[in-house]
Design a protein around this ligand. Structure first.
Ligand code: G6P
Length: 475
């Protein structure tokens, strides 16, 4: 029987070792949370890193984690050492590819040692899944950490169906060309039968890089490459709509979440939920909120910005600095505008459970998502789904992949503080009938193009490309 193997750097389960105790928790980030619901519905096997350094584990720990993850979560753990984490994950993935692909060319670093580690860890992923690959299996590889893996699998298993999906933007050729190992990465990706991106812009950028760097043209998004063809398409990722729309919003709430909701009853609430990341435009968002308070004093004491930021990639320099910058900006705004009875910005540097977040969404008038660059942004879709009364409003920057699908939101430029401030006002003042009208259309779209639709559509397209590959060979 053929099976589906998902491969991603991060597993949906994160393991932490506390003294001699092994603790299992949900991973954060769009990829893990988005794909998890699909994985739970079907019989996929998911291979990836459980988020802990193998230097902190003994043989017995690894054995326990392996058994627990296989039996309880259908996951195959791939352990990374401290050095691999530093060189591959923090280094090449998050100091080279992540900033470059998000257009932060000024902080992207080019280091041949971390590139070597990237190649070695991609090889390690291959070696780890090799024993479970069988003829006719479908292998779906996810994201920028594993861009060499498709080619590695193709070389040993030429007849396997290999799909690759990039969860972050693929940048324009003028940016991509800055990468020293640009051709190796393209060749790595082209090992797949199907390569998916969130938007058509990313598809165009990828095809243009393939043409200009490898001299390969496409015909109707199909590239003839070596002995097979590679299909390139846009598949905008969706969410588990029913989970967010139908959840009660009151069950399993923490007492803190209840207090939080209680304390916001007398004001209009703006919420913002992100991982700590310089791509998310967090300092810019706080500065824009400051402008909002300066420009529209009638909102003083009547509005509150709840800034929820989940710790992420601790150890990568740019991330640690960002936290300090945010703290400084938040206290400056609170110091300037706050009163004895009102603190304009509430900053939470921590994660909340999904149930708590849904309750926050339901109690927030506006979701403010203004990334400088974001592959998709699923939080925006989760918020819309959770506001099943159609009375929330989204303010979103045009540089989030999701903006191309969510045109009824208030769309702004993430660098234009004045426009964000005006956008906040528009969203807060919008009459109910208009919000309902806009939200109806948004709901229709995101309920149809949900995560199941997305994954099924991708896997169906992958099946078709593999079938056409067999037919071509038979001729
Ligand atoms: C983004 C990436 C994912 C990643 C997530 C969390 O959504 O596209 O691949 O898993 O961020 O980042 P982390 O580095 O913690 O895995």
């Amino acid at each position: 029987m053929s099976k589906i193997i998902f491969v991603s750097n991060r597993l949906p389960v994160t393991v932490k070792k506390h003294e001699s105790d092994l603790q299992y928790s949900k991973s954060i980030g769009g990829l893990a949370t988005g794909l998890k619901s699909y994985h739970e519905q079907g019989d996929t096997i998911w291979a990836g890193w459980p988020g802990v350094s193998s230097d902190d584990l003994n043989e017995q720990d690894m054995q326990t984690i392996d058994t627990e993850l296989r039996e309880q979560y259908n996951c195959l753990p791939i352990f990374l050492s401290e050095e691999e984490i530093q060189q591959y994950y923090e280094g090449f993935c998050n100091e080279t590819i992540w900033p470059l692909f998000h257009y932060f060319t000024n902080i992207a670093q080019y280091n041949s040692e971390t590139w070597e580690a990237y190649k070695q860890v991609n090889q390690k992923f291959f070696d780890s899944i090799d024993p479970i690959i069988e003829p006719n299996d479908t292998i779906w590889i996810h994201d920028y950490q594993l861009m060499l893996l498709p080619q590695m699998i193709r070389e040993k298993y030429p007849d396997t169906q290999i799909g690759f999906f990039l969860h972050i933007p693929f940048p324009s050729f003028e940016i991509y060309r800055l990468l020293i190992w640009r051709e190796e990465i393209l060749r790595g990706l082209l090992g797949a039968n199907l390569i998916g991106f969130h938007t058509y812009d990313y598809v165009r950028h990828f095809l243009s890089s393939v043409r200009r760097l490898l001299g390969k043209e496409h015909n109707l998004y199909k590239i003839n490459y070596e002995t097979y063809s590679v299909q390139v398409e846009a598949f905008p990722m969706g969410i588990d709509y029913d989970f967010f729309a139908k959840s009660s919003g009151t069950d399993n709430l923490s007492s803190e979440a209840r207090d939080f909701i209680e304390s916001t009853r007398t004001v209009q609430n703006i919420i913002s939920v992100d991982r700590l990341d310089y791509t998310k435009g967090l300092p810019e968002r706080i500065k824009a909120f400051k402008q909002f308070l300066q420009k529209y004093p009638e909102y003083h004491e009547k509005v509150r910005l709840n800034l929820i930021v989940a710790p992420s990639r601790v150890g990568v320099e740019a991330y640690d600095e960002l936290k300090r910058e945010i703290e400084g900006l938040v206290s400056a705004v609170n110091g300037q505008f706050g009163t004895v009875s009102w603190m304009p910005v509430w900053f939470f540097f921590r994660t909340f459970s999904q149930e708590d977040l849904i309750a926050f969404y339901r109690n927030s008038d506006v979701l403010l998502v203004t990334p400088l660059r974001d592959g998709m942004n699923l939080v925006a879709k989760e918020y819309i789904a959770a506001r099943s009364d159609y009375k929330g409003m989204l303010v979103m920057s045009e540089t989030a992949g999701a903006a191309s699908e969510l045109g009824e939101a208030v769309i702004v430029n993430a660098n234009d503080y004045g426009a964000i401030a005006a956008g906040i006002k528009t969203a807060l003042d919008m009459p109910d009938h208009e919000k309902i009208e806009r939200n109806k259309m948004l709901h229709r779209r995101i309920s149809r193009y949900n995560v199941k639709f997305w994954a099924d559509e991708f896997l169906e397209a992958l099946k078709n490309t593999a079938e056409s590959h067999v037919e071509t060979k038979d001729l």
